[in-house]
Design a protein. Structure first.
Length: 41
């Protein structure tokens, strides 16, 4: 995610999310926390 720096993200449902550097960092952190919770790390 941080390597490709998208302008928009499609989360799989709902509207497209416009992205900038801060939102990419926040979204990446959110996905990592979600993955860790799912995997019980």
């Amino acid at each position: 995610m941080q390597a490709i720096k998208p302008d928009l993200v499609c989360p799989g449902h709902g509207e497209l999310i416009p992205m900038d550097a801060l939102r990419i960092a926040e979204y990446t952190d959110y996905i990592q926390r979600k993955e860790a919770a799912f995997r019980c790390r």
